[in-house]
Design a binder for this molecule. Structure first.
Ligand SMILES: Nc1nc2c(c(=O)[nH]1)N[C@H]1C(S)=C(S)[C@@H](COP(=O)(O)O)O[C@H]1N2
Ligand SMILES: [Mo]
Length: 360
């Protein structure tokens, strides 16, 4: 008999052909070779959870807005979000700041603690929900309000403060649906934040409370966990280094690592992501050959990955395929990434090994 292919701590099945097991029991990545369309189907959307998925009853669930930055506390019920407030839908990519950590370690000849991600901690969904702005408005933000901090109902009470401008942005939403379905348990049911173009950790799942503060807030996720620590990164007050906002500019090939192909003409496909920026170009290079432009087949936009493809007439043998994305802010992926202690924001051009079999 088949064992059920699910971890006891998460709800959705985790078939290994769709979801890469990082070994933590909680964290599963989207198999890059099974990405299909612009949107990642829920069955293969990556999961990053610090603690088991909580069981939350939407009939008793509430979301409270409070703090010294609001004129009055407001409490919403699930039904308020579902039926009483304007719903908007946005397609947005979520990427964990720790994506590619294993490859970062290989580049530096060391290992990192933390979730052992390859290339799979990135996915894209259509999120439907209520603008955070619309939930804050009835609480009457004061002129002194500075930061907005979502807090979760799971065992770690995850919190990650946002500056007021980001909280009020058009595309910062409290999502109740994902790809047209009620938000799945592992992705934050009944409601999660989606913070466009920021590291995944800002998109707090299983929301229960939102604090509006007149002073800067210091919590583990912006002082010691999702911060850049190392030479070149200065500590800031209680923070061990700068808190990460955007993930690194990056790209991936939609093939296994290493890839196995048959000789002859190939269409190599992939993704590139630029956080709050927009991917402008993608280039590919085979071995020591020249950089050549790839074609953007879905251009992407701020907070949404781009899709690209590249034609290659492959000769038999062992090859290295490199991909370099650039964004509309003039950045390009570098050849190496400055080290940081927790292995975040790996941005280097990857040397993707490709074995090509057969004769010409
Ligand atoms: N409450 C809560 N929210 C959370 C987390 C968590 O562990 N608990 N993980 C964060 C991190 S680190 C990431 S990368 C994203 C992952 O979202 P996903 O599991 O829907 O892909 O959720 C974020 N929100
Ligand atoms: Mo993350």
């Amino acid at each position: 008999m088949l064992e059920s292919m699910s971890s006891p701590d998460i709800v959705k099945p985790t078939p290994p052909d769709l979801l890469e097991d990082t070994g933590s029991g909680l964290d599963y990545g989207t198999n890059p070779a099974r990405m299909l369309s612009d949107i990642t189907p829920i069955d293969r959307f990556f999961i990053r959870s610090h603690v088991p998925t909580p069981a939350i009853d939407d009939r008793t669930w509430t979301l409270r807005i409070e703090g010294d930055g609001v004129g009055q506390t407001v409490t919403y019920r699930y039904d308020d979000l579902l039926t009483r407030l304007p719903l908007v839908s946005v397609i947005r990519t979520i990427e964990c700041a720790g994506n590619r950590r294993v490859l970062f370690g290989e580049e530096l000849g060391r290992s990192f603690s933390g979730t052992q991600w390859g290339r799979s901690a990135i996915s894209t969904a259509e999120w439907t929900g209520v603008r955070l702005r619309d939930l804050l408005e009835p609480a009457q933000l004061t002129a002194q309000a500075r930061e907005v901090m979502p807090e979760s109902l799971d065992a770690i009470r995850a919190r990650r403060p946002l500056p007021l401008v980001k909280a009020l942005a058009d595309d910062t939403i409290v999502a109740i649906a994902m790809n047209g379905e009620i938000l799945p348990a592992d992705h934050g049911f009944p409601a999660r934040l989606v913070v466009s173009g920021w590291l995944g950790a800002a998109s707090i799942k299983w929301l229960g409370r939102i604090e509006v503060s007149t002073t800067p807030l210091h919590v583990p996720w912006n002082t010691e966990d999702y911060v850049l620590i190392g030479p070149g990164y200065a500590a800031h007050g209680p923070a061990l280094g700068p808190a990460i906002t955007e993930p690194a500019l990056s790209s991936l090939v939609e093939l296994p690592w290493p890839a196995h192909l048959h000789a002859g003409p190939q269409l190599i496909r992939g993704r590139a992501y630029a956080g709050e920026g927009r991917v402008s170009t993608v280039e590919c290079r085979i071995g020591d050959g020249p950089w050549e432009p790839a074609m953007l087949t879905s251009p992407g936009s701020a907070g949404v990955w781009a899709r690209w493809q590249f034609r290659w007439d492959a000769d038999p043998g062992e090859h290295v395929l490199r991909v370099r994305a650039s964004d509309d802010r003039g950045q390009a992926q570098p050849d190496s990434t400055p080290p940081n202690e927790l292995g975040y924001n790996h941005e280097s051009v990857l040397a993707h090994p490709v074995m090509v079999r057969g004769a010409r």
